[in-house]
Design a protein around this ligand. Structure first.
Ligand code: PMP
Ligand code: GLN
Length: 437
């Protein structure tokens, strides 16, 4: 029986239909939307977050912790709020001085060079805005940008909105059953085949969302050689940089010889400190690149919340949260994998990040929902799971371009940065369902 969606005013209010009514009322004949919006209006987070809320499903889909950030971060935030008038007013638009100084010192040790706190950072509203500023600042009409697929879904629309053309470089699964995210590999030949005179940048994401792949040194070196040889900018999204497992090591491509000069590294305090709602992120790179991101930032957002930029006083101490969180997640990751295996689903063990994907081709499900009949199989399965079983996951083909989606419909993504009680609730649903099958 179909579970009834739970409706509330907030959810109804969010619906795009209001825009349509508004358009009708104004009676305007001219086209309202800018052409750059065409083909980028659909968004998996908007769609699946709403569906998850409507059906009150157990959420192991969207990537956010359902537990609180560590207490030292909460205390730092509270002391910022009560720390005097200046914490409630504008601060330096390119980043609160105390924060950029701490970040420069911290990352300077990792990349092995002096980083200029004032020149080499732009603090942003989450990693999302860092990515947006980067594409807007560096990509011109007609430029081509290599995006390694599967990719965090916003890269492609952001490149398009900047007037660029995405070139998709598929990270191929090696033959045989995939047991680890390391089974997805980049081929140097395919990388080289994407090159032409308009190729300006490449976007990589390590640890990768959704695969959990952590790029090894030789893979990063191959990309670095390519960038240096052909004068290409590297945009490296490293929001999950602290989360690696089983000895996998996160390496910053900006730390390889010759790469600092051409790399924009994207980071997220939300992901680093389990506070995704605070929306603090950054772009880090050489001042001559970052200054262009600053131009975009100063003319659009100008400034990010001052108090939210105060939480970094304890950035990187010995008992750092950056060590505690992966230790905690390692256990949750094993727990989820064991549950999936117990019902005959083979998980792809992630080397890093928040997520685990699993092949669902063995599932025998009678998909009789006509409203999803034209959608990829994984979208249909995920919607069925939400509506019929009250379990929210994410379809992996959503991390592929519409052109390639048809080839990758057999995986769904689980998020394990969740309370044990949430994981237990998900396990109960999965096991009960497998008994009934
Ligand atoms: N990049 C990747 C790979 C992500 O998964 C996300 C989602 N957290 C972002 C960027 C955006 O991060 P933020 O929430 O800091 O804007
Ligand atoms: N990055 C998060 C994920 O992959 C969610 C981003 C969002 O909700 N927009 O789940």
């Amino acid at each position: 029986m179909l579970r009834r969606p739970v409706r509330n005013w907030a959810s109804i209010w969010k619906r795009p239909v209001r825009l349509i009514n508004c358009q009708k009322k104004t009676g305007m004949a001219r086209q309202l939307h800018a052409r750059r919006l065409e083909g980028v209006d659909k968004n998996i987070w908007v769609e699946f977050t709403q569906l998850t809320a409507d059906y009150k499903a157990v959420n192991v889909g969207q990537g956010f912790p359902d537990f609180s950030p560590p207490s030292f971060i909460q205390e730092a935030f509270c002391s910022a709020i009560t720390g005097g008038a200046s914490m409630h007013q504008y601060t330096r638009g390119f980043g609160h001085p105390a924060l950029v100084k701490i970040l420069a010192k911290f990352f300077g040790r990792i990349v092995g060079r002096d980083i200029d706190p004032m020149e080499d950072f732009q603090i942003t509203v989450g990693a999302y805005q860092a990515l947006f500023c980067t594409f807007q600042a560096l990509i011109d009409e007609g430029d081509e940008v290599i995006i390694v697929e599967p990719f965090f879904d916003c890269y492609q629309p952001m490149v398009k909105m900047a007037g660029g053309t995405p070139l998709l470089l598929v990270c191929q699964k090696s033959t045989g059953p995939a047991l680890s995210s390391a089974d997805w590999v980049l081929s140097p030949e395919e990388l080289a085949s994407n090159l032409n005179p308009r190729t300006k940048a490449i976007v990589i994401n390590t640890p990768n969302n959704p695969l959990g792949k952590v790029y090894q040194r030789d893979e990063l070196q191959m990309i670095a050689d390519f960038c240096i040889k052909h004068d290409i900018i590297c945009i490296s999204d490293e929001v999950y940089e602290w989360l690696t497992y089983d000895g996998a090591q996160h390496i910053k491509i900006a730390s390889l010889p010759g790469m600092w000069e051409r790399t924009v590294t994207i980071g997220s305090a939300g992901k680093s400190f389990s506070a995704t709602g605070w929306k603090v992120g950054w772009a880090m790179g050489p001042g001559n690149i970052i200054k262009h991101l600053k131009t975009i930032h100063q003319n659009s957002v100008y400034h990010c919340a001052t108090a939210a930029q105060r939480e970094y006083d304890t950035f990187g101490t010995e008992d750092s949260y950056f060590k505690q969180l992966p230790a905690q997640l390692h256990k949750k990751r094993l727990r989820l994998a064991e549950c999936l295996r117990s019902v005959g689903l083979e998980p792809v063990m992630p080397q890093g990040g928040y997520f685990m994907i699993t092949d669902i081709s063995s599932l025998q499900v009678d998909l009789n929902d006509p409203s999803t009949k034209d959608e990829p199989y994984d979208f249909r399965i995920v919607k069925w799971l939400i509506k019929e079983k009250g379990l929210a996951t994410i379809p992996v083909s959503g991390f592929y371009s519409p052109e390639h989606r048809g080839n990758v419909q057999n995986y769904i993504r689980f998020c394990f940065v969740k309370e044990d009680s949430t994981l237990k609730a998900a396990e109960d649903i999965i096991r009960q369902w497998s008994v009934k099958k």
